[in-house]
Design a protein around this ligand. Sequence first.
Ligand SMILES: NC(=O)c1ccc[n+]([C@@H]2O[C@H](COP(=O)([O-])OP(=O)(O)OC[C@H]3O[C@@H](n4cnc5c(N)ncnc54)[C@H](OP(=O)(O)O)[C@@H]3O)[C@@H](O)[C@H]2O)c1
Length: 270
Amino acid sequence: MKIDQRSALIIGGGSGIGAAIAAALVSRGAHVALVGRRETLLEATARTLRAQGGMAVALPADITIAEERARIVERAHTALGPLDIVVHCAGTMRGGPLNALDNDAIEKGLALNLVAPLDLTRRLLNEIRRRQGAVVFVASLSALMPLPYAALYSASKTGLRALAESLRHELEPAGARVLLAFPPGTATAMTEPFAARSPFARPPFYQLLPPAAVGERIVVALERGQRDLFWPGAETALARVYPWLPWLIHPLLRAQRILLAKVFSSEPYL
Ligand SMILES: NC(=O)c1ccc[n+]([C@@H]2O[C@H](COP(=O)([O-])OP(=O)(O)OC[C@H]3O[C@@H](n4cnc5c(N)ncnc54)[C@H](OP(=O)(O)O)[C@@H]3O)[C@@H](O)[C@H]2O)c1
Protein backbone atom coordinates (compact mmCIF):
# COMPACT_ATOMS: atom_id res chain seq x y z
CA MET A 1 0.00 0.00 0.00
CA LYS A 2 1.06 3.56 -0.60
CA ILE A 3 1.92 5.31 2.69
CA ASP A 4 2.24 8.94 1.54
CA GLN A 5 -0.54 11.20 2.95
CA ARG A 6 -2.09 8.30 4.90
CA SER A 7 -3.15 8.91 8.52
CA ALA A 8 -1.98 6.48 11.18
CA LEU A 9 -2.86 5.98 14.84
CA ILE A 10 0.10 4.35 16.57
CA ILE A 11 -0.69 2.81 19.93
CA GLY A 12 2.58 2.62 21.89
CA GLY A 13 4.16 5.11 19.49
CA GLY A 14 6.15 7.03 22.13
CA SER A 15 8.98 4.53 22.53
CA GLY A 16 10.71 1.40 21.25
CA ILE A 17 9.30 -0.42 18.23
CA GLY A 18 6.21 1.85 18.09
CA ALA A 19 8.32 5.02 17.86
CA ALA A 20 10.43 3.36 15.14
CA ILE A 21 7.28 2.46 13.17
CA ALA A 22 6.12 6.08 13.54
CA ALA A 23 9.47 7.36 12.19
CA ALA A 24 9.36 4.97 9.23
CA LEU A 25 5.77 5.99 8.41
CA VAL A 26 6.53 9.72 8.70
CA SER A 27 9.61 9.36 6.48
CA ARG A 28 7.22 8.13 3.76
CA GLY A 29 4.84 11.08 4.15
CA ALA A 30 2.26 9.64 6.59
CA HIS A 31 0.59 11.75 9.28
CA VAL A 32 0.74 10.11 12.69
CA ALA A 33 -0.92 10.30 16.11
CA LEU A 34 1.09 8.69 18.91
CA VAL A 35 -0.60 7.13 21.94
CA GLY A 36 0.92 6.21 25.32
CA ARG A 37 0.59 7.17 28.97
CA ARG A 38 3.77 9.27 29.32
CA GLU A 39 2.90 12.67 27.90
CA THR A 40 6.43 14.11 28.02
CA LEU A 41 7.87 11.13 26.17
CA LEU A 42 5.10 11.23 23.55
CA GLU A 43 5.55 14.97 23.02
CA ALA A 44 9.34 14.52 22.63
CA THR A 45 8.85 11.75 20.04
CA ALA A 46 6.26 13.81 18.14
CA ARG A 47 8.55 16.87 18.25
CA THR A 48 11.45 14.87 16.76
CA LEU A 49 9.20 13.69 13.92
CA ARG A 50 7.97 17.23 13.25
CA ALA A 51 11.58 18.49 13.24
CA GLN A 52 12.19 16.01 10.42
CA GLY A 53 9.39 17.66 8.45
CA GLY A 54 6.65 15.22 9.42
CA MET A 55 3.14 15.69 10.78
CA ALA A 56 2.89 14.12 14.24
CA VAL A 57 0.68 14.68 17.28
CA ALA A 58 0.81 13.23 20.79
CA LEU A 59 -2.36 11.77 22.30
CA PRO A 60 -1.65 10.77 25.91
CA ALA A 61 -4.00 8.06 27.20
CA ASP A 62 -4.11 4.83 29.15
CA ILE A 63 -5.63 2.35 26.70
CA THR A 64 -6.53 -0.13 29.43
CA ILE A 65 -9.40 2.27 30.26
CA ALA A 66 -12.38 1.97 27.87
CA GLU A 67 -13.35 5.69 28.11
CA GLU A 68 -9.81 6.72 27.22
CA ARG A 69 -9.92 4.48 24.15
CA ALA A 70 -13.08 6.23 22.98
CA ARG A 71 -11.45 9.59 23.65
CA ILE A 72 -8.26 8.89 21.66
CA VAL A 73 -10.27 7.84 18.61
CA GLU A 74 -12.17 11.15 18.81
CA ARG A 75 -8.99 13.16 19.31
CA ALA A 76 -7.19 11.36 16.49
CA HIS A 77 -10.09 12.20 14.15
CA THR A 78 -9.93 15.83 15.21
CA ALA A 79 -6.16 15.98 14.63
CA LEU A 80 -5.83 13.89 11.47
CA GLY A 81 -9.32 13.37 10.02
CA PRO A 82 -10.34 9.84 8.96
CA LEU A 83 -7.73 7.19 9.78
CA ASP A 84 -6.19 4.77 7.28
CA ILE A 85 -3.86 2.76 9.52
CA VAL A 86 -3.90 1.63 13.13
CA VAL A 87 -0.76 0.10 14.62
CA HIS A 88 -1.17 -1.95 17.80
CA CYS A 89 2.25 -1.80 19.42
CA ALA A 90 1.55 -1.06 23.11
CA GLY A 91 2.27 -4.06 25.28
CA THR A 92 3.53 -5.30 28.59
CA MET A 93 5.35 -8.44 29.60
CA ARG A 94 4.71 -9.68 33.12
CA GLY A 95 6.47 -13.02 33.48
CA GLY A 96 7.53 -15.39 36.20
CA PRO A 97 5.50 -18.19 37.78
CA LEU A 98 1.80 -17.68 37.12
CA ASN A 99 0.93 -17.85 40.83
CA ALA A 100 3.23 -14.88 41.46
CA LEU A 101 0.85 -12.66 39.46
CA ASP A 102 -2.20 -11.21 41.15
CA ASN A 103 -5.56 -10.82 39.43
CA ASP A 104 -4.97 -7.12 38.82
CA ALA A 105 -1.77 -7.88 36.84
CA ILE A 106 -3.64 -10.47 34.78
CA GLU A 107 -6.56 -8.15 34.01
CA LYS A 108 -4.31 -5.17 33.19
CA GLY A 109 -2.02 -7.33 31.04
CA LEU A 110 -4.93 -8.72 29.03
CA ALA A 111 -6.57 -5.27 28.79
CA LEU A 112 -3.40 -3.78 27.32
CA ASN A 113 -2.22 -6.63 25.08
CA LEU A 114 -5.57 -7.91 23.84
CA VAL A 115 -8.75 -6.09 24.89
CA ALA A 116 -7.55 -2.65 23.76
CA PRO A 117 -6.52 -3.88 20.25
CA LEU A 118 -9.92 -5.59 19.91
CA ASP A 119 -11.86 -2.53 21.02
CA LEU A 120 -9.82 0.07 19.11
CA THR A 121 -9.92 -2.01 15.92
CA ARG A 122 -13.71 -2.36 16.31
CA ARG A 123 -14.06 1.40 16.62
CA LEU A 124 -11.99 2.03 13.46
CA LEU A 125 -13.04 -0.93 11.36
CA ASN A 126 -15.52 0.77 9.03
CA GLU A 127 -13.24 3.64 8.04
CA ILE A 128 -10.20 1.38 7.57
CA ARG A 129 -12.26 -0.93 5.35
CA ARG A 130 -13.76 1.99 3.39
CA ARG A 131 -10.37 3.67 2.90
CA GLN A 132 -8.60 0.37 2.04
CA GLY A 133 -6.23 0.99 4.91
CA ALA A 134 -4.48 -1.42 7.26
CA VAL A 135 -4.35 -2.80 10.79
CA VAL A 136 -0.87 -3.69 12.04
CA PHE A 137 -0.42 -6.01 15.01
CA VAL A 138 2.94 -6.31 16.73
CA ALA A 139 2.67 -9.82 18.15
CA SER A 140 5.57 -11.96 19.34
CA LEU A 141 7.08 -15.35 18.58
CA SER A 142 5.45 -16.48 21.84
CA ALA A 143 2.15 -16.32 19.91
CA LEU A 144 3.41 -19.40 18.04
CA MET A 145 5.61 -21.00 20.69
CA PRO A 146 4.32 -20.18 24.20
CA LEU A 147 7.28 -19.79 26.53
CA PRO A 148 7.65 -21.18 30.07
CA TYR A 149 7.11 -18.54 32.77
CA ALA A 150 5.45 -16.19 30.30
CA ALA A 151 1.89 -17.56 30.44
CA LEU A 152 0.10 -14.21 30.52
CA TYR A 153 2.22 -12.73 27.72
CA SER A 154 2.04 -15.86 25.55
CA ALA A 155 -1.75 -16.15 26.03
CA SER A 156 -2.33 -12.48 25.18
CA LYS A 157 -0.09 -12.56 22.09
CA THR A 158 -1.70 -15.81 20.89
CA GLY A 159 -5.05 -14.04 21.23
CA LEU A 160 -3.68 -11.10 19.24
CA ARG A 161 -2.60 -13.45 16.45
CA ALA A 162 -6.08 -15.02 16.38
CA LEU A 163 -7.63 -11.55 16.26
CA ALA A 164 -5.46 -10.59 13.28
CA GLU A 165 -6.11 -13.81 11.39
CA SER A 166 -9.87 -13.64 11.92
CA LEU A 167 -9.98 -9.96 10.99
CA ARG A 168 -8.42 -10.68 7.61
CA HIS A 169 -11.73 -12.25 6.55
CA GLU A 170 -13.52 -8.97 7.35
CA LEU A 171 -11.01 -6.60 5.76
CA GLU A 172 -9.21 -8.25 2.87
CA PRO A 173 -12.26 -8.73 0.60
CA ALA A 174 -12.66 -4.92 0.67
CA GLY A 175 -8.98 -4.34 -0.18
CA ALA A 176 -7.86 -3.41 3.34
CA ARG A 177 -4.86 -5.19 4.90
CA VAL A 178 -3.92 -6.89 8.15
CA LEU A 179 -0.21 -7.21 8.92
CA LEU A 180 0.92 -9.48 11.73
CA ALA A 181 4.54 -8.99 12.82
CA PHE A 182 6.52 -11.45 14.96
CA PRO A 183 9.68 -9.59 16.01
CA PRO A 184 12.39 -11.51 17.83
CA GLY A 185 14.14 -9.92 20.83
CA THR A 186 14.58 -6.18 20.25
CA ALA A 187 16.56 -3.71 22.38
CA THR A 188 13.83 -1.63 24.02
CA ALA A 189 12.75 -0.66 27.53
CA MET A 190 10.75 -3.90 27.61
CA THR A 191 13.77 -6.18 27.19
CA GLU A 192 16.39 -4.08 29.03
CA PRO A 193 15.74 -5.71 32.42
CA PHE A 194 15.85 -9.22 30.91
CA ALA A 195 19.32 -8.59 29.55
CA ALA A 196 20.33 -7.31 33.00
CA ARG A 197 18.92 -10.41 34.77
CA SER A 198 20.72 -13.06 32.75
CA PRO A 199 24.06 -13.13 30.91
CA PHE A 200 22.43 -15.51 28.40
CA ALA A 201 20.01 -12.78 27.36
CA ARG A 202 22.83 -10.54 26.10
CA PRO A 203 25.88 -10.78 23.78
CA PRO A 204 27.75 -12.94 22.99
CA PHE A 205 24.92 -15.45 23.68
CA TYR A 206 22.01 -13.39 22.41
CA GLN A 207 21.81 -10.31 20.20
CA LEU A 208 18.83 -7.99 20.48
CA LEU A 209 17.78 -6.19 17.27
CA PRO A 210 17.83 -2.38 17.04
CA PRO A 211 14.23 -1.06 17.23
CA ALA A 212 14.80 1.30 14.26
CA ALA A 213 15.51 -1.68 11.97
CA VAL A 214 12.45 -3.54 13.28
CA GLY A 215 10.14 -0.54 12.74
CA GLU A 216 11.51 0.07 9.24
CA ARG A 217 11.05 -3.60 8.30
CA ILE A 218 7.43 -3.51 9.53
CA VAL A 219 6.65 -0.48 7.35
CA VAL A 220 8.36 -2.06 4.32
CA ALA A 221 6.14 -5.13 4.84
CA LEU A 222 3.10 -2.84 5.02
CA GLU A 223 4.08 -1.17 1.75
CA ARG A 224 4.52 -4.56 0.11
CA GLY A 225 1.15 -5.81 1.33
CA GLN A 226 2.71 -8.68 3.29
CA ARG A 227 0.41 -10.53 5.72
CA ASP A 228 2.89 -12.13 8.14
CA LEU A 229 6.31 -10.76 8.95
CA PHE A 230 9.14 -12.88 10.37
CA TRP A 231 12.81 -12.14 10.87
CA PRO A 232 15.48 -14.72 10.05
CA GLY A 233 17.18 -16.55 12.94
CA ALA A 234 17.10 -19.60 15.18
CA GLU A 235 14.41 -18.18 17.48
CA THR A 236 12.05 -17.66 14.54
CA ALA A 237 12.82 -21.10 13.10
CA LEU A 238 11.97 -22.80 16.41
CA ALA A 239 8.74 -20.83 16.81
CA ARG A 240 7.63 -21.63 13.26
CA VAL A 241 8.29 -25.35 13.68
CA TYR A 242 6.61 -25.50 17.12
CA PRO A 243 2.91 -25.49 16.00
CA TRP A 244 3.60 -28.47 13.69
CA LEU A 245 6.02 -30.49 15.81
CA PRO A 246 5.70 -29.31 19.43
CA TRP A 247 7.17 -32.58 20.80
CA LEU A 248 10.40 -31.79 18.97
CA ILE A 249 10.82 -28.42 20.71
CA HIS A 250 9.46 -29.34 24.18
CA PRO A 251 12.73 -30.87 25.46
CA LEU A 252 14.54 -27.67 24.51
CA LEU A 253 12.00 -25.49 26.33
CA ARG A 254 12.15 -27.83 29.33
CA ALA A 255 15.94 -27.59 29.39
CA GLN A 256 15.71 -23.80 29.35
CA ARG A 257 13.09 -23.62 32.12
CA ILE A 258 15.42 -22.40 34.85
CA LEU A 259 16.96 -19.78 32.57
CA LEU A 260 13.55 -18.55 31.38
CA ALA A 261 12.24 -18.44 34.96
CA LYS A 262 15.08 -16.05 35.76
CA VAL A 263 14.79 -14.01 32.58
CA PHE A 264 11.01 -13.65 32.88
CA SER A 265 11.01 -12.90 36.61
CA SER A 266 7.72 -11.60 37.93
CA GLU A 267 9.00 -8.08 38.47
CA PRO A 268 7.31 -5.61 36.14
CA TYR A 269 9.61 -4.29 33.46
CA LEU A 270 8.70 -0.65 34.13
N1 LIG B 1 11.19 -5.76 22.51
C1 LIG B 1 10.99 -7.00 22.08
O1 LIG B 1 11.90 -7.85 22.14
C2 LIG B 1 9.67 -7.40 21.49
C3 LIG B 1 9.61 -8.61 20.77
C4 LIG B 1 8.37 -8.98 20.24
C5 LIG B 1 7.27 -8.18 20.41
N2 LIG B 1 7.37 -7.02 21.11
C6 LIG B 1 6.18 -6.21 21.27
O2 LIG B 1 6.44 -4.92 20.79
C7 LIG B 1 5.56 -4.01 21.41
C8 LIG B 1 6.32 -2.74 21.80
O3 LIG B 1 7.22 -3.05 22.83
P1 LIG B 1 8.70 -2.43 22.91
O4 LIG B 1 9.61 -3.59 22.97
O5 LIG B 1 8.85 -1.39 21.88
O6 LIG B 1 8.72 -1.82 24.38
P2 LIG B 1 8.34 -0.36 24.93
O7 LIG B 1 9.28 0.67 24.40
O8 LIG B 1 8.24 -0.52 26.39
O9 LIG B 1 6.91 -0.09 24.30
C9 LIG B 1 5.70 -0.33 24.97
C10 LIG B 1 4.80 0.84 24.68
O10 LIG B 1 3.50 0.57 25.19
C11 LIG B 1 3.02 1.77 25.78
N3 LIG B 1 2.05 1.44 26.83
C12 LIG B 1 2.25 0.61 27.88
N4 LIG B 1 1.15 0.60 28.65
C13 LIG B 1 0.25 1.44 28.07
C14 LIG B 1 -1.06 1.84 28.41
N5 LIG B 1 -1.69 1.36 29.50
N6 LIG B 1 -1.70 2.72 27.59
C15 LIG B 1 -1.08 3.21 26.48
N7 LIG B 1 0.15 2.85 26.11
C16 LIG B 1 0.82 1.96 26.90
C17 LIG B 1 4.26 2.40 26.41
O11 LIG B 1 4.10 3.80 26.61
P3 LIG B 1 3.77 4.38 28.08
O12 LIG B 1 4.60 3.61 29.05
O13 LIG B 1 4.11 5.83 27.98
O14 LIG B 1 2.31 4.15 28.28
C18 LIG B 1 5.31 2.11 25.35
O15 LIG B 1 5.39 3.16 24.41
C19 LIG B 1 4.92 -4.75 22.59
O16 LIG B 1 3.60 -5.13 22.25
C20 LIG B 1 5.78 -5.99 22.71
O17 LIG B 1 5.06 -7.08 23.22
C21 LIG B 1 8.56 -6.60 21.65
